[in-house]
Design a protein around this ligand. Structure first.
Ligand SMILES: Nc1ncnc2c1ncn2[C@@H]1O[C@H](COP(=O)(O)OP(=O)(O)OP(=O)(O)O)[C@@H](O)[C@H]1O
Length: 291
């Protein structure tokens, strides 16, 4: 919208403040333009934006995101986590800030701070209680993602990790189109069904011309605590074979942690099996994105 001497057309419009103002196309356009400017400004202070994706729900995408965030933050990187899984927000729980509400000031929303200064933004931190279901429909969900990008005071970050909803449906696709990404991390188990869905993610990434940083194989094996023998519940090389087929690098694998109860990846004094393995994965991500 044209601006004259710092004023917008809305400021000089005779309908300003009237009912007609609410439905005015010029006003909506102006708000969208202003939001785009705020998003661009926020994102320009974030060095790398990485989406964590999976073909299926329940394969450990959010757990792996939390582990990578923690591993990167421990290495001294400034990390933010955007929980873009609007209907199943788990990041506050995993990063041990569940139940804390996001504050706000004149400059916008203030992210919750988890251990090692990880900034966490999630709808869970806006709704009244963490067991309330999020029942917003499509347009509202994409508008909340835009607001998280435009109106949150992210500040300077080295990494923004975006925990996407699972699958290749409208929602992950539209979020991937909204946020200019530097790369994708795919999380899968070796089960045939999850691997099948990963091929769809790979094709989606190609379509969007987004770089795939590599695949993380989660729940890859169980190690016997007595003899150390590894048992591969979903087969041994399925993810590796898939990565080879599409020419994608492996970022590492994470065993099944039988002691895992969710938040204890952070609260246990002894680093959990998941964290031990995400340290190497985080290093591989840095190598892959900077390489
Ligand atoms: N390596 C692991 N060892 C043991 N349990 C794990 C491991 N990874 C994830 N889990 C557990 O598996 C369950 C699913 O994990 P998570 O919520 O991270 O999956 P998700 O892919 O993000 O699911 P969705 O996208 O459907 O929300 C959780 O209970 C989590 O604690």
């Amino acid at each position: 919208m044209a601006e004259t001497s710092g004023k917008t057309a809305c400021d000089t419009c005779a309908s300003k403040g009237s009912d007609a103002c609410d439905t005015c196309k010029d006003k909506v356009n102006l708000e969208q333009q202003e939001q785009k400017i705020r998003i661009a400004k926020n994102l320009s202070a974030i060095k790398y934006r990485i989406a964590i994706v999976s073909g299926k729900g329940g394969v450990g995408k959010s757990t792996v995101t939390a582990g990578i965030a923690l591993s990167l933050a421990k290495k001294g990187y400034r990390v933010g986590v955007l929980d873009a899984d609007i209907s199943g927000p788990n990041m506050p729980h995993l990063l041990n800030v569940e139940g804390i509400r996001m504050g706000a000031d004149v400059n916008g929303l203030i992210p919750i701070e988890a251990v090692h200064g990880i900034k966490v933004v999630s709808v869970e931190s806006l709704i009244s209680s963490s067991d309330s279901p999020v029942i917003w429909r499509g347009p509202m969900r994409s508008s909340i993602i835009n607001q998280f990008l435009a109106d949150v005071q992210w500040g300077e970050l080295d990494f923004m990790l975006i925990d996407l909803p699972p699958g290749t449906g409208d929602e992950p696709l539209s979020i991937m189109q909204t946020i200019p990404l530097n790369g994708l991390v795919i999380v899968s188990t070796s089960s045939n069904l999850s691997v099948l869905d990963v091929s769809k993610i790979i094709n989606m990434a190609k379509m969007l011309e987004t770089k795939i940083l590599g695949i993380v194989e989660n729940m890859a094996y169980i190690e016997c605590p007595d003899c150390g023998k590894r048992i591969y519940p979903f087969g041994e090389d399925t993810v590796k074979d898939l990565a080879g087929k599409y020419g994608i690098g492996s970022l590492g694998s994470i065993p099944m942690d039988v002691k895992n109860r969710g938040t204890d990846i952070l609260t246990n004094e002894e680093p959990s099996l998941i964290i031990k393995n995400t340290n190497e994965i985080a290093e591989n991500i840095v190598r892959s994105i900077e390489g």
